[in-house]
Design a protein around this ligand. Structure first.
Ligand SMILES: *Cc1c(COP(=O)(O)O)cnc(C)c1O
Length: 382
């Protein structure tokens, strides 16, 4: 590198969106590129690198550059949703591939792996990925192409060992992908721990304002798999629209502030909820009694995230009744926005869900923690 600029840290990368400006106007914010098609040169060539808007959009590329930098990856791809990012990666493995994934993970993706992936020639084994022995036992050397982790994982916030899983995957000739939606690059950078691919539902913390559906893959290296994922995105039309990419870039400028604020609020609420009579268990990796706490302590830095779950004393009915009594907290699914959400998780996952029926999932936002506590503690007190 010929630049004498010191390498920027994450907060600077995020706040400046890599420092990109519009050279034509000297505008501090790059323009939103909306064109769907580009002019061919008179000699019949395309020299701009752009042909058509499905594969080629500069605003999406700018967002990808930010995500690649935040994750310390070689490259990144944006998709129309988190699910389409994950699906593109699985399709890129090719038919016949075997995937090892968590038993308890983000529900819609688990459903895709179980219900849709087999018809596309993929086979899947779901194991308790918090236990490296279970991952190792599920590997089929030569056939297993991907180990999938989610950490912390929905909705119990279990922690899986990224470096340990990477070693197992690589020994068997497989890649390791990590759904890092809930950790975000602020708290964990899986590629620096040995993962090959990071996946995000950018709908959540990366965008952070509950107004964009988007997904991303970041790659440790540009290789045949990343190239195939890019081709599949264009071929299947799994793209992110330019306006959504623009909003996502804007949202990421405050990622570090939002994630730290949400983590601090969540840690304080987890501590207080542990002593609440309406709660039998608090699931938060920042609590010393959480099963994954020691590993989370080693693997995460700067906090344990904004997501936690509680199990209501009095079971399912009490959980649903408590959720009905909040006013500041919003009863809604999804997570990672600036506003706090509460959800009776089993109701949305439906039949077959491993989610305990008495569980309330909390996505803690960036509001004042005393306001959050007052509303939540009265709701749980009944
Ligand atoms: C929301 C979510 C997804 C799916 O992302 P979409 O943007 O809704 O398609 C995947 N993984 C995790 C952990 C999520 O929270």
């Amino acid at each position: 590198m010929s630049t004498d600029k010191p390498a920027w840290r994450l907060s600077t990368l995020a706040a400046q969106a890599l420092g990109k400006i519009d050279e034509a106007t000297r505008a501090i914010v790059p323009p939103l590129h909306v064109a769907t098609t580009f002019i061919r040169d008179p000699d019949n060539l395309y020299r701009s690198g752009n042909i058509y808007g499905r594969p080629d959009n500069e605003t999406a590329r700018e967002g990808e550059a930010v995500i690649a930098a935040l994750e310390e990856g070689a490259s990144a791809l944006l998709f129309g949703s988190g699910v389409s990012a994950a699906v593109a990666l699985c399709l890129a493995l090719g038919p016949g591939a075997h995937i090892v994934a968590p038993k308890v993970m983000y529900w819609s993706l688990r459903n895709w792996l179980v219900n849709e992936a087999p018809a596309l020639g993929l086979s899947v084994d779901l194991v308790a990925t918090e236990d490296l022995n279970e991952i190792a036992a599920a590997m089929k050397p030569g056939r297993t192409k991907l180990v999938w982790l989610e950490t912390p994982s929905n909705p119990l916030w279990s922690i899986s060992d990224i470096a340990g899983a990477a070693a197992i995957a690589h020994r068997a000739g497989a890649k390791l992908a990590v759904d890092s939606t809930c950790a975000t690059p602020v708290l964990t950078r899986p590629l620096t721990l040995g993962a090959d691919i990071v996946m995000h539902s950018a709908t959540k913390y990366l965008n952070g304002h509950s107004d964009v559906i988007a997904g991303a893959l970041a790659f440790a290296a540009e290789d045949a798999l990343s190239a195939r994922a890019r081709r599949i995105r264009a071929a299947h039309g799994l793209i992110l629209g330019p306006f959504e990419a623009f909003l996502l870039i804007r949202g990421m400028r405050t990622l570090h502030l939002r994630v730290r604020a949400a983590s601090e609020n969540a840690a304080e609420l987890a501590r207080r909820l542990s002593g609440h009579a309406g709660v039998v268990e608090v699931l938060y990796p920042g609590l010393p009694n959480h099963r994954g706490h020691d590993l989370a302590h080693r693997q995460m830095s700067g906090g344990f995230g904004g997501m936690l779950s509680i199990r209501a004393a009095g079971g399912e009915a009490a959980a649903i009744a408590a959720a009905a009594r909040v006013s500041l907290w919003k009863r809604a699914t999804s997570l990672g926005g600036v506003e706090s959400l509460i959800e009776h998780r089993a109701s949305i996952e439906g039949p077959g869900s491993p989610c305990p029926p008495d569980l309330l999932r909390l996505s803690v936002g960036v509001e004042d923690v005393e306001d959050l506590w007052r509303d939540l503690s009265q709701a749980l007190a009944g």
